[in-house]
Design a protein around this ligand. Structure first.
Ligand SMILES: [Zn+2]
Length: 407
């Protein structure tokens, strides 16, 4: 291949988009997206609720550690911590509204094109994702550090670039004399000295460095792939938002798609592909909330508040994190069933009740491709058991052997 062959291949993909095969089960995807999106939204709701309690505790000197009480230098962090949280909630909620499941109730063959997903949809989702992971990592970093110079760096670098383009009226509204004097002081620092000066400091300037630092101090996440997933989403979304060559690959011509169908009605391959990305993003977003934001907020509160008050709020935060962890773990899981020998391959339908509560009736001829839950996406493994016993004792207690006699 020479450079023109390669260019032609890129060109044909930019114009005649080929639909990739819809690999996963779209119904399961929609069900899992709905479930996880609700868990995510509930966690954000709990954080908002707790913010009220945190804000009022921070206003009460009697609940603060001595070095943060009013009148001290570090008391400057009290309003900052409160504000940082509110800003992050707006970003979190935006991602939650963009990761709801597809509405299929009124979709038929006539209006199935309403499910078409193209450049605008990807653009909105990926931009919101970028904002989410950028702010969750940066806010977790600041909340954990509570360090004056590091916070100054974070704010002054962005204010500095902001002030270069802001209109007069905007600058007038945002930059009072205090901010201007801070910016003037920052102006005396040479660019190369920004990460280490008399007013600023940043030991982890890149996104990846912040991620590694956070997991080194907060502990490794239960999903060992999370640090890399975060870095990969960051690169993926940067490519998407900044350059856009890749993003145009997603642009599809309306009406050119094959129409698929299931028990809920017709759908398009592009809808399913989009849902797959949506689910991946949603799962990583939930894991990031559990593994970076919540633990950093707890560390921050432990530093600001007296122990009993910090512990009280931390307990509620731990509960929210646990609920979210359980929600993630319950999707696309793997469950084992004991079945009496001879049942598989017989003419009997086998009821398989999943941990999520939904029963799958596994009908003859018992195709192994049907061994999954169409509500939560979990896969089923069957173990055949001989003999007269009705139960198997497992680590989770006695489990009935399907097809065996006994109550
Ligand atoms: Zn299930």
């Amino acid at each position: 291949m020479n450079e023109i062959d390669v260019l032609k291949k890129i060109s044909s993909n930019l114009t005649d988009r080929k639909n990739s095969a819809a690999l996963s089960n779209y119904r399961v995807l929609c069900s899992n997206i709905a479930f996880l999106n609700e868990a995510f939204s509930n966690a954000i709701g709990t954080l908002r609720l707790l913010h009220g309690e945190i804000a009022s505790s921070l206003k009460n000197d009697a609940l603060l550690n001595p070095q943060y009480k009013s009148g001290t230098d570090l008391n400057a962090f009290v309003p900052i911590v409160s504000r940082l949280q509110l800003n992050s909630f707006s970003v979190f909620e935006k991602l939650a509204t963009l990761t709801t499941p597809d509405e299929r109730a009124h979709i038929d063959l006539e209006n199935v094109s309403a499910l078409s997903r193209g450049f605008d949809d990807y653009n909105n989702l990926v931009t919101a994702t970028r904002q989410y992971i950028d702010s969750i990592v940066s806010d977790s970093y600041q909340l954990y550090l509570l360090d004056p110079k590091s916070f100054n760096y974070h704010v002054l670098v962005s204010l500095n670039s902001f002030s270069k383009y802001a209109t007069k009226s905007l600058a007038h509204a945002l930059f009072n004399s205090e901010v201007e004097s801070a910016l003037n002081e920052f102006g005396t620092v040479k660019f190369k000295d920004w990460p280490k000066s008399h007013i600023t400091e940043c030991n982890h300037t890149t996104f990846a460095q912040k991620v590694d630092f956070l997991f080194s101090v907060l502990g490794a996440p239960s999903d060992p792939n999370l640090p890399d997933d975060l870095k990969n989403i960051f690169k993926f979304s940067s490519e998407f938002t900044h350059i856009g060559y890749i993003s145009t690959f997603f642009t599809s011509t309306a009406g050119a798609e094959v129409i698929f169908g299931d028990d809920d009605g017709p759908y398009l391959p592009c809808t399913e592909n989009f849902s797959e990305l949506k689910y991946e993003i949603l799962e990583t977003a939930c894991k990031a909330l559990v593994a970076t934001y919540i633990p950093s907020l707890i560390k921050c509160l432990e530093r600001l508040m007296l122990k009993p008050q910090a512990e009280k709020i931390a307990a509620s935060l731990h509960l929210a994190a646990e609920a979210l962890c359980e929600a993630i773990a319950s999707r696309n899981s793997k469950y084992y069933f004991f079945v009496k020998t001879g049942l598989i391959g017989s003419r009997t339908s086998i009821p398989l009740t999943c941990m999520c509560g939904v029963t799958r009736i596994w009908a003859p001829p018992h195709a192994t491709t049907e061994l999954y839950c169409d509500s939560c996406g979990s896969s089923f493994q069957l173990l055949e058991v001989d003999g007269e016993g009705g139960y198997v004792i497992t680590g989770n207690g006695p489990v009935k052997i399907i097809g065996a006699n006994g109550p």
